[in-house]
Design a binder for this molecule. Sequence first.
Ligand SMILES: [Zn+2]
Ligand SMILES: [Zn+2]
Length: 468
Amino acid sequence: MPLAAIDTTPGTDAVLYLPLGGTGEIGMNLNLYGHDGYWLIVDIGITFGGDAFPEHDVLMADPAFIVSRRQRLAGIVLTHAHEDHVGAIAYLWKRLKCPVYATPFTAAVARFKLTRAGLEDVPLHELPLGGRVEVGPFGVEYIAMTHSIPEPNAVLLTTSAGAVLHTGDWKLDDRPVVGGRYDMQRLRALRREPLLAMVCDSTNAVVPGSTGSEGELFEPLREVVETAGGRVIVTAFASNIARLVTLARVAAATERHFGVIGQAMQRMVAVARATGYWPADLPELVDARHLGYLPPEEVLAACTGSQGEPGSALDRMAADSHRDILLDAGDTVVFSSKLIPGNERPVAAVQARLRALGVELITDADAHVHVSGHPAADDLKRLYDWVQPPAVVPTHGTPRHLRANADIALGCHVPRVAVIGNGDLCRLGGDGPRVLGQVPTGRLSLDADGRLVPVPAPVLAQMRRSVC
Ligand SMILES: [Zn+2]
Ligand SMILES: [Zn+2]
């Protein structure tokens, strides 16, 4: 049904769910929940155009629907600090102008982004882990999960019509290396609460079994480093503080000095220190400027650039043009990361240049040097079994991932499952999820002058076709 024919005003008898980004694709999450006349945004992320769309480097969901209803926007709730959940805050806040809520680590990352954009006065409310707050007609409760960044949270949205569990990104990690455990007790208690639906991460729903733990990587990484001759450079996601802590411990165990190369990674370590996630017992980090002067066999460094990003630390090292470190034959580069689909070409190019330098490469195909941060099939089953939701709406995945998650939910005897996409205005009521109609969606792109411009329709169509 077209938008004009449906009433988009949230009533008191149900909760409306409207994903504008991140459902039917991985990246640029932007979720809207509506109740009793008001809307709430959960997460506001970006994605990268990558190799396929280099002229659209930074992309985000077009928030036009909620911008035109800004007076009815109660706030923005952030689940965690990954770019696909928080990256658009500084770009879009000026259009939304509402309070923002986050736990301390996420708030620190969001504050950095806002300050850098000259937005020092944004009302950014910091909540403790497990904290609760009233935002308009919504009660918002943070529930601790585990993932691949400090402080991943699910949020329980409570209303007079019932509650919705928005899982955010999660896995069930019993040895997360940094931060606390997931709050199993609270999750298991949800089955006794008046839940309407669970909106759940689908990223790894096509992967059988259970996702491994960060804690299991120390030994394989130690083995890789111990058997390496020259420098060892490990590229990983900048925000994976647990991985960096593991590497710092591997450095200590193999009598190497540890340093971090790349601005984004250095910034994340600074945030981790400031928020208490960098353990005090780790050896002091060696400044990137000094790493190049140390004997190669005494160096272990982590760096940005695992996706072949142009200008990243690894890209510069591969081009033999890094300011601080030049690699030699016999050095080793470890890809402690997964290859995000779409980045095959730039990663292959970086790897070819490294090989030409005589550098040995190790990826997750050669050794157990990476674990995902998302739930595989058995993890999804465990959470469905604990929560026993009356309905599941899969999100955070391409249509293939959403369908796989839906099948798992049905297999767990979840009575109602709705596979929807961006722009589907979905009513979550006592009688299950029901799509009321479609809201226009689009994408905004950052142009060369830093302005946000709509992605032209033909390019948008091309982008949507590229999602499998
Ligand atoms: Zn995500
Ligand atoms: Zn995430």
